[in-house]
Design a protein around this ligand. Structure first.
Ligand SMILES: [Zn+2]
Ligand SMILES: [Zn+2]
Ligand SMILES: [Zn+2]
Length: 429
């Protein structure tokens, strides 16, 4: 792939990437394989540890009983990366180290066999650890992880300072917290973590010019708007469906910088995101972590009941919160997810439909989260035989996905097939 961008020193932000040619929205700019990656512990039983596909039944590695694969082919393919890890996992059984420790170990094993690593735009040594910007508590947490890491790899790498003098376990883990990427599936559910060194050069913007999408563990970087030469390529490190204060706090805590992007300095979306009276939406904001916990644990009935009472409080004195308030919107999304899992289709469609207008306003540029939301609603409309609506929603989703996912992505093909089905059914009706 002929590169249309280059590394440069971005004012006030360290290194960055900028366009060297004119770039068009939807262009695939880069495809990268990770230096190392692993499936998250939370979904270790549902995804192949080699190709990252979701499967109902997976073969389990008979030795460590942790790694899982589609078939023997996937297992063979993964063996060079899993061989040393397998021994380490066995040594700790039944304990399984955290995702960041497993990823760090995989990076160390990679670095010990340097023939497998190819030079990119940026090497791991150049990544910043931000150790000195961290509070005492963060550092303490990291040093515990570092002890865990050394215990975990002990059998394979008994003395890391001797074998890899350039790698300090503590700073490696610190580098990972601000440089590794979450690998998600087509529907943006988190499946793993990976390190893609060249992509760590991308700086953050709350209204980014590019998005990252994954196919298995392969990363694709696409432009979501037209760019001129010298314009900086940016991505968003965080979910942007949040008011300025929340976004800045998250970026400061996790990435150690104060965002000065245009959306943060103008706070242009805040009046809409925080609309309604604070005393009315504060309970929604406070409830979100608890509700998200129920979502992770799949307590769908409890989740739906709680969302329902938060969205329609019986207390008549509480003023109504508009649907575009981001905290209310988040609760509606959680309710939608609960309804889908409880097969309450009509209710799911009602919740889903409410979200579409706020999503349209909050994502002025093509964004995968917007496309996925439209897809969810379109599937419900199709299932409930609202064929005209389904066709309309699918078209809106397609207009975004051809930019964010590209026409070759399996999810886009899936969408095109759905659109054809819908057209055929409408013709018959
Ligand atoms: Zn597989
Ligand atoms: Zn194993
Ligand atoms: Zn910002």
């Amino acid at each position: 792939m002929a590169s249309k961008f280059e590394r440069f020193a971005s004012a006030g932000k360290g290194n960055g990437l900028r366009a060297t040619h004119e770039i068009h929205a939807g262009e695939l700019l880069y495809t990268a394989e990770p230096l190392a990656c692993c499936v998250s512990n939370t979904c270790a039983k549902d995804f192949c540890h080699s190709c990252f596909s979701r499967r109902k039944t997976l073969l389990r590695c008979s030795q460590c009983k942790v790694a899982r694969y589609c078939d023997v082919t996937c297992q063979k393919q993964a063996w060079s990366d899993h061989k040393r890890e397998c021994k380490c996992l066995r040594s700790l059984h039944p304990r399984i180290p955290t995702d960041s420790v497993r990823l760090a170990a995989r990076i160390i094993f990679r670095l010990l066999s340097p023939s497998q690593t190819s030079p990119g735009l940026c090497s791991l040594e150049e990544h910043e650890s931000h150790l000195c910007d961290m509070g005492e508590e963060r550092r303490e947490g990291l040093s515990q992880l570092s002890s865990m890491l050394q215990l975990y790899i002990q059998q394979e790498v008994p003395n890391i300072t001797q074998e890899l003098p350039t790698v300090d376990p503590l700073s490696l883990l610190a580098k990972l917290t601000c440089n590794c990427f979450t690998i998600s599936d087509g529907e943006l559910r988190e499946i793993g973590v990976g390190l893609y060194p060249s992509m760590s050069l991308l700086n953050h913007d709350c209204r980014p010019s590019c998005v990252m999408l994954f196919e298995g563990e392969t990363l694709h970087l696409r432009a979501v708007r037209d760019m001129q030469p010298a314009e900086e390529l940016t991505i968003s490190y965080i979910g942007t469906l949040a008011p300025t204060r929340d976004r800045r706090t998250q970026l400061e805590e996790q990435y150690h910088f104060t965002c000065q992007c245009q959306r943060c300095t103008t706070a242009d979306m805040d009046p809409m995101m925080l609309c309604g009276e604070e005393k009315a939406w504060a309970p929604l904001r406070e409830a979100i972590p608890r509700l998200e916990n129920w979502q992770t644990q799949a307590y769908w009935s409890e989740l739906l009941y709680e969302c329902g009472s938060l969205l329609d409080p019986l207390d008549g004195d509480v003023p109504a919160v508009p649907d575009c308030n981001v905290y209310r919107l988040r609760v509606i999304d959680l309710a939608l997810d609960a309804c889908i899992n409880l097969a309450e289709w009509d209710k799911a469609l009602a919740y889903g439909t409410i979200t579409l207008e706020p999503y349209r306003q909050y994502y002025p540029d093509p964004h995968p989260a917007h496309a996925i939301q439209l897809m969810r609603v379109a599937k419900l409309q199709h299932f409930l035989v609202h064929l005209g609506d389904a066709q309309h929603t699918l078209r809106l989703a397609y207009d975004i996905m051809k930019v964010t996912h590209g026409n070759q992505h399996p999810l886009t093909s899936d969408l095109i097939r759905k659109l054809e089905e819908c057209r055929a059914e409408l013709d018959r009706a």
